[in-house]
Design a protein around this ligand. Structure first.
Ligand SMILES: [Fe+2]
Length: 173
């Protein structure tokens, strides 16, 4: 669980549309994807959950912002371990997962790879079917698992009120 104090900080820090393609519904699906993968592969649940809420926290634009992961990692470094409720080892994993999450890497520590897959499985919200060859974990590549995540993501694409926003978004992955 994320504390009220951390949620408040996230609300104050995030500068983009709360309901946009990188907003709170995306974070909620990344959290669900990540926890479902972690349930099967043993990835660190705390890191996976924090990644969901923090990996896009320092985005300055929805469309072209290649350094947003690095800014997220720098931001996390400034946060007290007590606020995040993690130890130093978990914090390093979280920072790495955020730092490199949009670089397209497919080999990583199990927890880091789980974070990246949780995010990539949600590309359907932009109308794009993720490429299974660009996923890290065997769990995420399983056809049933993949399809269920894709259907959750595409639901936002279909129901997106600001459709122009989604159509302009062309993720690199
Ligand atoms: Fe994301």
């Amino acid at each position: 669980m994320i504390s009220q104090e951390l949620i408040q900080l996230i609300r104050e820090t995030f500068q983009l549309n709360w309901k946009g393609v990188h907003g709170v519904s995306h974070w909620a699906r990344v959290r669900l994807n990540g926890l479902l993968i972690a349930e099967k592969n043993g990835a660190n649940l705390r890191v996976v959950e924090l990644f969901a809420f923090l990996h896009d926290i320092k985005r300055e634009a929805d469309f072209n912002d290649p350094l947003h992961g690095e800014r997220a990692a720098q931001f996390i470094e400034t946060l007290p371990d007590e606020l995040l409720e993690i130890n130093q080892g978990e914090k390093k994993l979280l920072m790495l997962a955020c730092h490199d999450h949009s670089k397209g890497f497919i080999e990583a520590d199990m927890t880091v790879g789980t974070c990246w897959d949780a995010d990539r499985l949600d590309l359907g919200r932009g109308g794009q079917r993720p490429n299974t060859r660009k996923l890290c974990t065997e769990v995420a590549k399983q056809p049933d698992f993949f399809e269920q995540a894709y259907q959750r993501a595409i639901y936002q694409h279909r129901s997106q009120s600001n459709i122009a926003l989604v159509q302009k978004w062309k993720p690199a992955l």
